[in-house]
Design a protein around this ligand. Structure first.
Ligand code: F6P
Length: 305
């Protein structure tokens, strides 16, 4: 996110705009927590995780009154365009402000990678690399001790992170919400890996599908061959040092968002699609669920052999 913030501020200043950051997300927007930022204020942040501006979940912003408070604060400060960076909740908020007549451009940033209009959201690559490093380490113990490791990764109701980390990490079993996989299926898969003579089994479990500790409990009495151990990666997946890919993506999207503002566009998401930066109406973004490529799961099964 910091790469995007840096690019927004610097390209906006270059274009002759006055640029402000909004502290603490929609919560801060309603309270008018604006801070004027110049090119120098966003120096030295491209390598930092998280966001310089901080963020907050805001139930109040989902209400009419909350959105009106935000519009009032924007008007009081004399602002005429807003770039919103975040996941589906943030982009729904962006769409609401656009529907009320304010100029808004969105950028998808969520490790869940569940935003329609962006093949890959800002932060996904970094989170994947963090999850992957953890899986690589867990495999070393799993192989040495002939164990099955259940690794729970985040992703809310999306299996994207689990599927990609599972494929890249060479997982034997991947459990995602998009595919119905019960404890008996997992047990049978692990057992099969044992019988094939593997000396470990890595099971990547998306939090939206199951809780890994609960799944492990359900497997206690199943004869899977391996001894089981469980790891929940949780918030460790967030906050990794942004990868090259994420820094470049955030930078490109930040600049593209300012470009859209300059052109007078509103109610659009700027996102990367097939390597190009494209725009998608926010209305479409918030009403279209993002589907996972089912062929990738099939591929993961074949590669687990
Ligand atoms: O939406 C991003 C995400 O990291 C999800 O993958 C996860 O379920 C959730 O946020 C965690 O939210 P919180 O930080 O509020 O616990």
């Amino acid at each position: 996110m910091n790469a995007a913030i840096r690019a927004i501020i610097r390209t906006a200043v270059e274009a002759g705009f006055e640029a402000f950051g909004v502290r603490d997300g929609f919560e801060g927007l309603m309270d008018g927590r604006f801070v004027q930022l110049g090119a120098r204020d966003v120096g030295g942040i491209i390598q930092s995780a998280g966001t310089l501006l901080c963020s907050a979940r805001s139930p109040e912003f989902a209400t009419d009154a909350g959105q009106q408070r935000a519009l009032d604060a924007l008007a009081r400060r004399g602002l005429d365009a807003l770039v919103v960076i975040g996941g589906n909740g943030s982009l729904a908020g962006a769409h609401a402000l656009h529907s009320r007549g304010f100029r808004v451009v969105g950028i998808a940033s969520t490790i869940d990678n569940d935003v329609h209009g962006a093949d890959i959201a800002v932060g996904v690559d970094t989170a994947l690399n963090v999850a992957l490093e953890a899986i690589d380490r867990l495999r070393a113990t799993a192989s040495s001790h002939r164990r099955a490791m259940l690794v729970e990764v985040m992703g809310r109701s999306s299996g994207y992170l689990a599927l990609m980390a599972g494929i890249a990490g060479g997982a034997e079993v991947i459990v995602i919400p998009e595919i119905d996989t019960g404890p008996d299926d997992v047990a049978a898969d692990i057992r099969q890996m044992y019988e094939r003579g593997k000396n470990h089994a890595i099971v990547v479990v998306a939090e939206g599908a199951r809780s890994a500790p609960v799944l492990a409990d359900r497997l206690t009495n199943a004869d899977v061959g391996f001894a089981l151990r469980t790891t929940t990666l949780g918030h460790v997946q967030r906050g990794g040092t942004p990868t090259v890919f994420d820094r470049l993506l955030g930078t490109r999207l930040g600049a593209a968002a300012v470009d859209q503002c300059k052109r007078g566009a509103s109610g659009v998401l700027v996102g990367q699609h097939r390597g190009e930066i494209v725009t998608t109406p926010l209305h479409e973004v918030v009403t279209t669920p993002r589907a996972l490529d089912p062929t990738l799961l099939q591929l993961a099964r074949v590669l687990a052999r």
